[in-house]
Design a binder for this molecule. Structure first.
Ligand code: ADP
Ligand code: ZN
Length: 519
């Protein structure tokens, strides 16, 4: 390692040694090479361009999509004595002009700039008069239209390479599934860049998936194990964010809501409090989180399914940046899968994109239903091999029992069929269990052949069966009649007796409690 890099690492940043591949990346970029850096959140990406920025002549231009993130980074750098500034819409004209002057006077080591600002003719003209040390493109996955952080301006960043081909570029992201990676390379013209791929394992995060039965109660139980800790609770909708935050406050939890429907001032206040106070639980939609650099987030809970495994990885990755033990917890039920499918089906996207979104959802549901090591399946999604048996996920700590559900599944499928494939799981379970209620009588379902044939299993076990049948693609929800379950082709071999089916046994309350106390 060139001693200049180590010297700067020690004297400017105060660290003894490089972490992971930082050293090689710094060397490569300082030497003028292009790089694509895939590193998990908290891995230390910033240093990979901040050090070369100091080692190379001129100013490093850092493209960053988030104003809050820029401000934090610039503040931290200034405290280290680095000449850093940012340009974005939060500056008034005078301050912006000052920064621009500093830039052309070669008075800056790093300039953080929002992509829309960077691409203006005015700023590009300024760059013509500047000695540019390198271009860093942070959160490079924003170039991907499949991801949830898509920024159309990122697509135009190839312009930097076209106008300044001799200036090295380093693109960085913590989102790294294969399709996204390919898209970054292609869209940013990084075919010749060296790729640095770190392990995405976050060994200090414990992964847990709970079968949803009473999500409010389950959340409160979960939070009991994390009293006074900072954490994030993700919900799908603004309304649910509000309701959940209220519930938590009623229960004495220091909770704040965050979603895009709140006014900017409230959002800023809540974010600031989360960052600077201890023990705040942020209840949020995915509008909250990107670029939030809080080291001691102890848990990330999901009350609703995220849209994909990469989203899940990103969101849970906000826990435990300080390396201390942290927990990722997800409550998942049949309704979640149905709702997300419906959102995809009814969305505006092209057929191609819908297929991709459905495939991503399949992978996520596969993760939820998996009986193997969660870490292994999560990492496999990012193309990373892990031997399994991590000893630090729910399935490793308490291996789920698997039962022969062939007979039960046949009953469930026949019941859906006999009642015309027009009903959701709740009603089908009533019919199977021989419930005597108004809806059953209204439709004459006490006279169908499947009435009462499933009384040997309780309702929660049946919910688990239906959920897993949908997850496995034997049943699908009909979105035109909300949540009605229909048989698919894949159900035929089972109904014909050609297939056996084994399903996971969701742990009951006693086991869940034991698991919580044991670990
Ligand atoms: P990322 O952007 O990949 O999420 P950061 O660049 O914010 O990660 O770094 C995460 C944390 O690790 C920061 O607190 C940073 O100061 C620290 N860090 C980075 N590199 C090193 C290093 N070589 N030695 C010690 N701490 C480091
Ligand atoms: Zn495991």
């Amino acid at each position: 390692m060139p001693s200049a890099a180590l010297d700067t690492l020690r004297h400017v940043f105060g660290y003894d040694r490089f972490r992971g591949e930082q050293g090689q990346i710094v060397e490569h970029v300082t030497g003028g090479g292009d790089a694509l850096v895939l590193m998990p959140t908290g891995g230390g990406k910033s240093l990979c361009y901040q050090l070369p920025a100091l080692l190379r002549a001129g100013t490093a231009i850092v493209v960053s999509p988030l104003i809050a993130l820029m401000q934090d980074q610039v503040e931290a750098l200034r405290q280290l004595g680095v000449r850093a500034a940012f340009l974005n819409s939060s500056l008034d004209a005078r301050s912006a002009a000052q920064v621009e002057q500093q830039l052309v006077d070669d008075g800056l080591d790093l300039l953080y700039v929002a992509p829309e600002r960077l691409l203006t003719a005015r700023f590009l003209a300024l760059l013509e008069r500047t000695q540019i040390a390198l271009f860093a493109i942070d959160e490079a996955h924003c170039v991907s239209q499949w991801g949830h952080d898509f920024r159309p301006e990122y697509r135009q960043l190839t312009l930097l390479h076209e106008r300044w081909p001799q200036v090295p570029r380093i693109a960085l992201t913590a989102t790294a599934d294969a399709p996204t990676r390919r898209e970054i390379v292609e869209r940013l013209a990084l075919e010749d860049a060296r790729q640095f791929v770190s392990s995405f394992d976050r060994p200090n995060i414990r992964y847990n998936v709970a079968a949803k039965h009473n999500s409010r109660r389950q959340l409160l139980d979960f939070l009991e194990g994390h009293a006074n800790a900072s954490g994030i609770v993700y919900c799908l909708s603004r309304r649910k964010v509000e309701a959940t935050a209220e519930l938590l406050v009623e229960q004495g939890v220091n909770a704040l809501p965050y979603h895009a429907g709140l006014d900017a001032a409230t959002r800023a206040t809540h974010q600031r409090r989360f960052l600077h106070e201890d023990g705040i639980v942020m209840v949020a939609t995915i509008a909250f989180g990107m670029g939030i650099d809080k080291p001691d987030v102890r848990f990330v809970a999901h009350l609703d399914l995220p849209k994909s495994l990469e989203g899940y990885y990103q969101e849970t990755g906000r826990a435990g940046r300080d390396g201390e033990a942290s927990e990722a917890w997800l409550a998942y039920g049949l309704g979640d899968a149905v709702l997300l499918r419906k959102m995809i089906a009814e969305g505006e996207a092209s057929e191609e994109r819908k297929r991709l979104e459905n495939a991503k959802l399949d992978a996520l549901i596969g993760y939820c239903e998996s009986t193997g090591c969660r870490r292994q399946s999560l990492l496999a999604y990012f193309g990373e091999a892990h031997g399994g048996g991590c000893g630090h996920c729910d399935n490793c700590l308490l291996p789920p029992r698997v039962w022969d559900a062939t007979e039960a599944a046949r009953k469930a499928l026949s019941c859906a069929y006999r009642t015309g494939q027009r009903f959701g799981a709740a009603h089908l379970i009533d019919v199977l269990r021989g419930a005597d209620n108004a809806k059953v009588r209204q439709f004459g379902h006490h006279t169908v052949s499947t009435y009462g044939i499933g009384s040997e299993l309780d309702a929660s076990r049946w919910r688990s069966v239906f959920r897993q049948l949908v997850a496995a693609g034997l049943l699908e929800a009909d979105f035109d009649s909300f949540g009605a379950l229909r048989l698919t082709q894949a159900a035929t071999p089972l109904l014909r007796g050609e297939h056996q089916l084994h399903l996971r046994e969701d742990p009951n309350k006693r086991e869940r409690t034991r698991r919580r106390n044991d670990t």
